[in-house]
Design a binder for this molecule. Structure first.
Ligand code: SF4
Length: 435
């Protein structure tokens, strides 16, 4: 029985899809990469904001076409299924099962049931969200330390979908980290909706970082994400003093105008600025943040305050998202008064400003030498050399910049020293450096 899994959304969904893959393989199913060979399709969705929901629905429609042509079975899981199970069940009678979060170990049984002709909703089991281990060797390993969130940002649907904060036991996390490193991982990315909330009895995020850092071997640890009010001196000193933790601080601020922040239910501007100030104390730090454009209380002045902040702070990595009004969130009642064209215009303006900041920063890196983790290779050669693709500590996978490196030697999967030679859009070309 061939199963094809299509994953949308963030790396938390990738982690869940790895879990589903492992469970299915252990039960004798074939997980295939080729959609045309599938007998069963599992669509793992994101349902966080409107564009993600639209994308998921487009995929449901696309896979329904496959079902009509070839008689495959279709399962929809992930955040959209968790949030809108009943609506999907009623709207799309072609979908065989709608499976909420936390059911990873149930997939063999779910597939057997739909093959027997059952059609059903399997509700989410959020208590199980943390209870599985990945078993997939990969250079970059996403290590989930917590799930759910106790912050209550007024626009955010995540607590509705993934529930309140749940944290994993430290021993379990450390064991999983060691196992991944033994299988060849070179970068551990700690993930949670808010890493700074991590606390197991008296054991804090700082304790966990120290223990992870003491595992032997050459590897990086990257943190995603930190909540501004809990970025304090202690955490910053811990990050600064641990050699395996990359100096890449991701603090989503969402806005900087105080009125907007307060109406978002977020820490105020002073707290946001304090977090950035603390982070900047780390030598050679790279700071990433993300901002929502077009929140209902964002006036033109509030937006200009954001632009001014970006110009002043010159953050190294920034993501912008336009506001999406989400049902059942407290912000829903504010409506969505800012027209889409204004949101898009503001976003473009912020992006143009930030692009210049990033490119100026990138120009300043030319001629400097960095350690690069080589994770991929192009199919073509240049000057009789293979072309490899890697990342410095300054860049997270998928979202930031890449370094292209020509080399006759096979450097895939290794850390190498590279001198940055030139820019290619947001990416770099670098020269493989030898002593
Ligand atoms: S901290 Fe993040 S996940 Fe938690 S409520 Fe706020 S935006 Fe949502």
């Amino acid at each position: 029985m061939n199963v094809y899994i299509h994953t949308l959304g963030c790396f938390k969904n990738e982690v869940d899809s790895f879990g589903i893959t492992t469970t299915l393989k252990n039960s004798g199913f074939n997980v295939v990469e080729d959609l045309d060979k599938a007998d069963v399709i599992i669509l793992n969705t994101c349902g966080f904001i409107r564009p993600a929901k639209e994308e998921a629905i487009n995929y449901i429609l696309r896979f329904i076409e496959q079902k009509k042509k070839r008689g495959i079975r279709l399962i929809v899981t992930g955040c959209l299924a968790q949030r809108y199970s009943k609506e999907i069940f009623d709207e799309f009678p072609e979908v065989d099962a709608i499976v909420g979060l936390g059911n990873i170990k149930e997939f063999p049984d779910i597939i057997n049931r739909i093959l027997d002709g059952d059609r059903f909703i399997k509700d989410g089991n959020l208590n199980e969200l943390l209870k599985f281990k990945l078993d997939k060797p990969s250079l970059v390993y996403y290590l989930k330390i917590a799930d759910g969130c106790n912050n209550r940002c007024r626009y955010c649907a995540i607590p509705l979908i993934r529930g309140s904060l749940q944290v994993r036991r430290p021993e379990e996390i450390l064991e999983e980290a060691e196992s991944a490193l033994n299988k060849g991982s070179k970068e551990l990315i700690l993930i949670a909706q808010d890493l700074t909330s991590y606390k197991y009895k008296d054991y804090t995020l700082a304790d966990l970082l120290k223990d992870l850092n003491s595992i032997t071997g050459e590897f990086w640890i990257r943190l995603m994400y930190l909540y501004p009010s809990r970025v304090d001196e202690n955490l910053v000193n811990t990050i600064a003093n641990l050699d395996k933790i990359v100096k890449y601080i991701d603090i989503p601020l969402q806005h900087i105008d105080n009125t907007v922040l307060i109406s978002m239910g977020r820490p105020d501007r002073k707290v946001a600025e304090r977090a950035i100030r603390f982070a900047k104390e780390i030598p050679d730090v790279i700071i990433r943040s993300s901002f929502i454009i077009g929140y209902p209380t964002e006036t033109q002045t509030a937006f200009e305050n954001l632009l001014e902040f970006l110009s002043q702070e010159r953050l190294h990595r920034v993501g912008f998202f336009t506001y999406s009004q989400e049902e059942n969130t407290p912000a829903y009642e504010l409506g969505d008064p800012i027209p889409d064209r204004v949101k898009r215009f503001r976003m473009k303006k912020a992006q143009i400003l930030q692009r210049k900041i990033i490119l100026d920063f990138h120009k300043s890196l030319i001629g400097k030498r960095y350690k690069v983790l080589v994770e991929n290779k192009l199919d073509r050669t240049i000057d009789d050399c293979k072309v490899f693709i890697g990342r410095t500590y300054m860049d997270a996978p998928e979202i930031d910049s890449r370094v292209f490196i020509k080399s006759k030697e096979d450097i895939l999967g290794k850390f190498v020293e590279v001198t940055i030679e030139r820019l290619d859009g947001y990416d770099f070309w670098g020269k493989f450096w030898r002593e």
